[in-house]
Design a protein around this ligand. Structure first.
Ligand code: UDP
Length: 443
């Protein structure tokens, strides 16, 4: 761990999170793991003596310009475009206004106020790249998801990410001083898809709040949530959108119910609408009815962390059937709370879950395969209990403290690299070279 004394060159970091606020309730709309990541990593950096200022777009006229989210963590709500009703796809039109807000804020301070910029998602990357050149400080960028990767595993009814996003991602990869990915597979994707130099990439795993997500009494959790102590509960937690595949879980539950009508199965779906297609709990309610399992499915709106831990504890299994997942914080939180996870073997879920040990990894989204995987654990309480014991041990490797250590290492590398070659010429050359490759971006 880097001590505060070693951080003398890193006093203040500007974190850019254009399209989702760290203050929003995750689990609905555009608020999910990235919000949790931005806030939790900022809290940990602040504990190490680094001030963090998070710039996000104001989405309500009631948003104060500055909010202290935690000691040493300020959220700056930048007015850029209409507060409400701006579609995520229209956000690029507001990047100029957002950038102006960020630059104006810095202009109020003495030169060198921010030591480093950390941008999250490609929209923020575009803003960070301009601010970086203006302020003369390095930019570290985390993409979180890549358009080409998402497009390669679209769910039915999902809208492909536009070419403009791929172009934007390509530019940010070329311009940022360092790139951070959640997994080494993601690092390889940056190299393969966008030609990023591997030496500029740091792999830093995200985490879970392990002081909150801990094993606890299942019976008490069920009583608090009004759930039946005798049922076998399989839970989905997250934004309700096609990419998260909650419908795969419902269909698998229907198969299981048909095969074994006496199994006291309950599917718990926790989260709110997001995105397009099968994005409304209404459509899942209709699907459950069409599958004849309405009486077996319970829906809960997005839950704050202190209730969510009870959801995880109350569950026999947490299912993460996503078509694409950069990491899957829900999988780590569930295991930290002592619950095995059945997850699709995609993206970071293969790292987040130790298949066969703390849960099961399912290849693909075949309903029968999913029904089989769920059954394997549901009918075997001993195996479930063994996995439940191992799950928090595995999850202990993924703390936000650990993440902050990795971020700091990356930040220090960025600062050192920037000091060695502060002139923009080298970077410009790199950017131009990438620009010539744009036509070749692989989908
Ligand atoms: N979450 C929450 N309440 C909910 C549902 C989700 O706080 O009702 C949080 C959850 O704790 C997790 C995040 O939203 O930290 C979802 O992150 P994940 O990486 O699983 O998915 P993403 O949203 O990034 O696709």
């Amino acid at each position: 761990m880097v001590t505060p004394a070693q951080n003398h060159r890193l006093r203040r970091v500007a974190v850019l999170s254009v399209h989702t606020s760290p203050l929003a309730q995750p689990g609905t709309g555009d608020a999910g793991g990235m919000n949790v990541y931005v806030l939790q990593s900022a809290v940990q950096l602040a504990r190490r003596g680094i001030e963090v200022e998070i710039f996000t777009r104001a989405t309500s006229s009631a948003d104060a310009p500055v909010v202290e989210a935690a000691p040493g963590v300020l959220v700056r709500n930048v007015v850029a475009g209409p507060f409400e009703g701006l579609d995520k796809h229209d956000l690029p039109t507001q990047l100029c206004a957002f950038t102006a807000g960020v630059l104006r804020e810095e202009a109020h301070h003495e030169p060198g106020y921010y030591d480093l910029i950390h941008s999250h998602y490609w929209l923020s990357g575009q803003v960070g790249w301009l601010a970086r050149d203006r302020w003369g400080v390095p930019q570290v960028h985390t993409a979180h998801t890549l358009a080409a990767v998402k497009n390669a595993s679209l769910a039915e009814g999902d809208t492909p990410e536009p070419a403009a996003r791929q172009i934007g991602e390509q530019q940010v990869v070329a311009e940022a001083d360092r790139l951070i990915t959640n997994t080494s597979d993601e690092a390889t994707q940056l190299v393969d898809i966008y030609g990023a130099a591997r030496g500029r990439i740091d792999v830093v795993a995200p985490g879970a709040d392990l002081s909150r997500y801990r094993p606890g009494d299942r019976g008490a959790a069920r009583a608090e949530l009004g759930l039946d102590p005798r049922e076998l509960i399989v839970t989905f937690v997250g934004r309700i959108q096609p990419l998260k595949a909650p419908d795969v879980l419902l269909r698998a539950a229907a198969v299981l119910h048909e095969r074994e009508p006496d199994l006291p199965l309950r599917v718990l779906v926790v989260g709110g609408p997001s995105g397009t297609g099968l994005d409304r709990p209404d459509s899942l309610i209709e699907l459950a009815a069409a599958l004849g399992i309405s009486a077996r499915v319970t829906f809960l709106p997005p839950q704050p962390p202190d209730r969510l831990v009870q959801v995880y504890r109350a569950s026999d299994v947490v299912a993460v059937p996503s078509y694409s997942e950069s990491f899957g914080l829900v999988a780590i939180e569930a295991q930290a709370s002592g619950t095995p996870v059945v997850a699709a073997d995609v993206g970071g879920l293969g790292v987040a879950v130790r298949g066969g040990d703390t849960g099961l990894l399912v290849a693909g989204h075949d309903t029968g395969d999913w029904a089989d995987a769920l059954r394997t654990l549901l009918v075997d309480p001993d195996r479930r209990a063994a996995m439940a014991r191992r799950a928090p041990v595995h999850a202990a490797d993924f703390s936000w403290e650990h993440t902050a250590d990795g971020l700091l290492d990356s930040y220090h590398r960025a600062v050192a690299g920037y000091r060695r070659s502060p002139d923009l010429a080298a970077r410009r050359g790199r950017g131009m070279w990438k620009m010539r490759r744009l036509g070749g971006v692989r989908a």
